[in-house]
Design a protein around this ligand. Structure first.
Ligand code: GDP
Length: 331
């Protein structure tokens, strides 16, 4: 699997019918394209569009289903691909008739499950920006019911699908991706625990660990997430990246305009401070705290230093375990 600086990247497959919105999702989430620009994306005729993002914690690939290409094509080693996949996201265009999409979804899920039962299956009911709230829930219920009936009829009710209502025109697509990625991180409970300890010792209200390249949060402390806070984090990351791109270092090792020592502070007029600090090349912590607590920045920075060391150990251990497993397999 892919690994960067000792961190193993979760691998995600994005599938769905042509025009369901896969390229748009990829461009908006991983390449900072604005949603309205996706209107002009060109359709490609390739089955598989490889895109292992080099500037993100997550690696992933897109698969299209134009017409009838299918799993019987011998030049297409789907088994190998499913074996290396952590999550399979299937995108359904909710503004279109979804009968064909659902039969594709069923075929894909049952195939993939046979090769790799550990894949997490995620269904994005996409383009819901045009729908009222009632309508959204109705669609989700209908799709959920039909897919489960199909699986039960095939004797495969043990396959679990998760559903998300998404749109590239708001933060729902980032939220959904965050949840998908979090499932693939075995260290999630440890990360949450470390974040809990960090915030309670530092007088911080809320902390997120973000993949800067995609604005996906891979972990947060156990207090509830409210959408507004999450959106503020996303906005802050955008500002930091924009400023870094314009005025930041240009020839860092990874070609990123920020590095492991980058940080930013924003004071909001309602006495809240947002504090961003890089944890690794890809990950940054974003914290929300009161002005009073920020007076003890020295303490926060010291606790952050401890947190960072702990995080590095968490990921190092995992790589070492994987390496020794590989060695054992070779015997
Ligand atoms: P792909 O063939 O699956 O890669 O689909 P594209 O990414 O090319 O998207 C097809 C069309 O759907 C484009 O015109 C996009 O602008 C549009 N689209 C993608 N996502 C959304 C969304 O969340 N809401 C709406 N309204 N349109 C979307």
């Amino acid at each position: 699997s892919d690994s960067v600086n000792g961190v193993v990247k979760p691998r995600i497959l994005l599938m769905g019918l042509r025009r369901s919105g896969k390229s748009s999702i990829q461009k908006v989430v991983f390449h900072k394209m604005s949603p309205s620009e996706t209107l002009f994306l060109e359709s490609t005729n390739k089955i598989c569009r490889e895109d292992v993002s080099s500037s993100s914690f997550v690696s992933f690939q897109i698969w299209d289903f134009p017409g009838q290409i299918d799993f019987f094509d011998p030049t297409f080693d789907y088994e190998m691909i499913f074996r290396g996949t952590g999550a399979l996201i299937f995108v359904i265009d909710s503004q279109d008739d979804y009968v064909e999409a659902l039969s594709r979804l069923h075929l894909t899920v049952t195939r993939a499950y046979k090769v790799n039962p550990d894949i997490s299956f995620e269904v994005f009911i996409h383009k819901v920006d045009g729908l009222s709230d009632d309508h959204k829930i109705e669609k989700q219920r209908d799709i959920h019911k039909r897919t489960n009936t199909d699986l039960t009829d095939a004797g495969l009710e043990q396959i679990h699908l998760s559903f998300y209502l998404t749109s590239i025109y708001d933060h729902s697509i980032f939220e959904a991706f965050s949840k998908v990625v979090q499932k693939l991180i075995p260290q999630l409970p440890t990360l949450e625990n470390l974040l809990n300890i960090f915030i309670s010792n530092s007088g911080i209200e809320k902390a997120f660990l973000f993949d800067v390249g995609s604005k996906i949060y891979i972990a947060t402390d156990s207090s509830p997430v409210d959408m507004q806070t999450y959106e503020l984090c996303c906005d802050m990351i955008d500002v930091v990246i924009d400023i870094s791109c314009i005025y930041g270092m240009s020839n860092t090792e990874a070609g990123l305009p920020h590095d492991k020592d980058s940080m930013a502070i924003i004071h909001l007029n309602n006495t809240t401070v947002i504090y961003l600090k890089e944890v690794t090349k890809f990950l940054a912590m974003v914290c929300f705290l009161r002005k009073e607590s920020f007076a003890r920045k020295g303490l926060i920075d010291y606790n952050f230093h401890c947190f960072k060391k702990a995080i590095q150990e968490v990921f190092d251990v995992r790589v070492k375990v994987q390496q020794s497993r590989k060695l054992l397999n070779q015997r």
